[in-house]
Design a binder for this molecule. Structure first.
Ligand SMILES: *Cc1c(COP(=O)(O)O)cnc(C)c1O
Length: 407
């Protein structure tokens, strides 16, 4: 069979699961990326909410360089002083008592899903395995998190989805109540849906979920893989809503660009988790933990989150003006902090491409939304620059729309 290699692979040997734009970058500085052809782009993707301190933040570079000369990897067979410190800091800043370190958002979510089932198992209710999820959710690409995501588009072609999820419409409390049964274990929700189109129910909905969980003995799980680590203007988005979960997943921005995920839990939720219950080879390895501790050093500095909130307000005010001026292109601004969605009237892929033509990088999302995810260290000058470029792209697109109408 070795001679049967397809010629389709001659242009690229990367599995073609991504629709990559025709540009590559060789380095970054703060909110800017420099392409292999030397062009400067303003990066409002942040590696999809990952590089929250921008590219090559000096404190992160220093921390990783230091760690690289000491120890790259150490298995979880031994103690992890820096992992202990990172876990303690995350717990001190949150509702949690315990942290499990993984390598990605999906893995952090897998831990959350397994822990939810295990919690009920260890309380003598092994039949409680089902988790209520919400339409438009995104929880990852493993078979488990894909089933939780529940989107037909992503599930197609992969056989029977893993059983154990009951999906209801976002914000529909009656549907949640109806879905709760004797085998329900928990409720899983993103405080603000990222991939789903920057959508969130009102805080009252989350309070109602908390009450339902408390009165039915269910665990409330927040997927903060995208919203966590300052993105919405609080360290964790649940703090803005004022409703604490029992379990929370983190990943994207946690390592500032170094892969690390985390599952945080209360002692009650984690009850029964013991040696052998769960594990990971790489999870919490010294490089990842050094990066995440360095990220926290910066984010916990006084004024850091104030800056995020100030930049958010500024960006939203300026965006409002553009939405008013270009109703043929944009219809709405959504989101919190620096996780902002522009609901497009034109196809969102056209808007992303038009913005890229202006050297402004953005990310598409569901519901025909374009996400603006600047690094949290973005400054006023860069926001002005982004808005200028957006305005230019809107001008181009509305000109095209007018032309189409004329013919
Ligand atoms: C990105 C994301 C995930 C998956 O994270 P990976 O690191 O890609 O596995 C899960 N949940 C949410 C909310 C996300 O935004």
């Amino acid at each position: 069979m070795s001679s049967a290699k397809s010629s389709a692979a001659t242009t690229s040997h990367l599995l073609p699961v991504f629709a990559r734009a025709d540009v590559a970058f060789e380095r970054g500085e703060g909110a800017w990326l420099i392409s292999t052809t030397g062009e400067r782009y303003l990066d409002f993707t942040s590696g999809v909410a990952v590089n929250s301190l921008g590219h090559c933040h000096p404190h992160l570079v220093e921390a990783l360089q230091q760690q690289a000369t000491k120890l790259w990897h150490m298995s979880n067979l031994f103690k992890s002083p820096d992992g202990e410190r990172l876990a303690a800091r995350l717990c001190e800043q949150s509702f949690a008592d315990f942290v499990f370190f993984a390598n990605s958002g999906a893995e952090a979510m897998e831990c959350a899903l397994k822990m939810t089932r295990h919690h009920h198992f260890s309380k003598g209710n092994p039949e409680r395995t089902r988790i209520i999820t919400f339409a438009g959710a995104f929880h990852g690409r493993t078979l488990g998190t894909l089933a939780a995501t529940g989107s037909a588009k992503y599930l197609e072609g992969y056989g029977e989805p893993l059983d154990g999820f009951d999906q209801v419409p976002l914000g529909d409390l009656d549907a949640v109540k109806k879905a709760i049964g004797p085998t329900t274990a928990g409720i899983l929700i993103e405080p603000l849906q990222g991939e789903g189109g920057v959508r969130s129910p009102e805080p009252a909905f989350f309070r109602a979920l908390r009450d339902l969980c408390d009165s039915n003995g269910l665990l409330l799980i927040f997927d903060e893989v995208q919203t966590g680590m300052g993105r919405t203007g609080e360290l964790f988005a649940y703090q803005r809503i004022g409703v604490a979960p029992d379990i929370m997943s983190l990943a994207k921005a946690l390592g500032g660009g170094f892969p690390i995920g985390a599952c945080l839990a209360t002692a009650d939720a984690a009850e029964g988790m013991a040696p052998g219950s769960h594990g990971s080879t790489f999870g919490g390895n010294p490089l990842a933990v050094a990066a995440a501790n360095a990220v926290l050093d910066v984010m916990l500095e006084p004024g850091f989150l104030d800056h995020v909130r100030r930049m958010s307000l500024l960006l939203k005010q300026k965006l409002a003006g553009i939405v008013d001026r270009y109703p043929q292109v944009l219809s709405e601004i959504r989101g919190e902090g620096l996780l902002i969605g522009l609901k497009a009237v034109v196809p969102s892929t056209d808007l992303v491409a038009a913005l890229r033509d202006q050297n402004l990088l953005t990310v598409g999302a569901g519901d025909n939304v374009v996400r603006l995810l600047p690094p949290l260290i973005v400054d006023e000058v860069e926001i002005d620059e982004a808005v200028t470029r957006l305005e230019r792209a809107c001008g181009v697109l509305s000109g095209q729309a007018a032309q189409r109408e004329a013919v």
